[in-house]
Write a new protein. Structure first.
Length: 255
């Protein structure tokens, strides 16, 4: 039977990490945690499990995840964030597939929890994620936020039944804070990639993102919290392009 390495990156995840590790137990053959020098109980909790705990300076999500993969002993990697767990159905699906891993990658649906409610519409579900993969057939990228594992051309991938359960955000304030931080990272990555932006790009992206997620993807069916996540998702698009425009303007002014 092929062996699988579970990998997790952490920073101050004492609230979630034990639940994550328990969901991997019995599914993977090795667990690697790469920590960005947490100052809470993350390390202590991890060491109560049979994990290989490493500390590594954080330079970006993509970089940290590629580093974690480089430490694995096994060819197949199962990657989770600390605030995610494998549902019971997904655990069973992985164990059945583990008898004969034929594909290069495996997609899972991800069910996100916002403020105590599972969000089943908008852009938040099924939120398909490639999280079980042959490390030799791709890498994490392309940028250091909203990173995905990208399989090489010609590789095969299938979807397994079951969900990753993701405790995404406890409140609107928490989500807004993360959006503000991530939008700055995304803007810098877009700038490095040479992405262009017009005067109207931020507003147009905000409007279009809200229309797509709230109406086309039925975000309104999730009630008040559906409205909040769709609005904040649209605000995230606005911030990314607004900050990118500012970076471009500041760079041009220095010339």
């Amino acid at each position: 039977m092929p062996k699988i390495t579970g990998v997790i990156i952490t920073l101050n995840e004492e609230k979630f990490i034990e639940r994550c590790l328990r969901s991997l137990a019995g599914v993977v053959d090795e667990i690697i945690v790469v920590d960005s020098f947490s100052n809470d109980s993350t390390e202590k909790i991890c060491k109560t499990f049979n994990v290989k705990f490493h500390q590594h300076q954080f330079t970006g999500f993509m970089d940290q995840k590629n580093y974690a993969v480089s430490l694995a002993l096994n060819k197949y990697i199962l990657s989770l964030d600390a605030d995610e767990v494998l549902s019971d159905e997904l655990q069973k699906s992985i164990l059945r597939e583990k008898n004969d891993l034929k594909s290069d990658g495996y997609y899972f649906n991800r069910l996100n929890n916002f403020s105590g409610q599972w969000i089943r519409h908008s852009a938040w579900y099924p939120d398909r994620q490639l999280r079980l993969f042959n490390r030799e057939k791709g890498k994490w990228g392309p940028i250091n936020v909203h990173e995905t594992f990208n399989l090489n051309p010609g590789c095969t991938a299938v979807r397994l039944k079951g969900d990753i359960l993701h405790w995404a955000h406890g409140s609107a304030a928490e989500l807004a804070g993360k959006i503000n931080s991530y939008s700055g990272i995304a803007a810098k990555e877009y700038f490095k990639a040479g992405k262009r932006v017009t005067l109207f790009s931020p507003v147009l992206h905000l409007i279009w993102r809200f229309i797509v997620t709230y109406f086309f993807h039925l975000g309104f069916l999730d009630g008040k919290n559906g409205l909040i996540v769709c609005y904040l998702g649209a605000w995230s698009s606005y911030l990314k392009y607004s900050k990118l425009r500012r970076l471009i303007r500041e760079t041009n002014n220095k010339k």
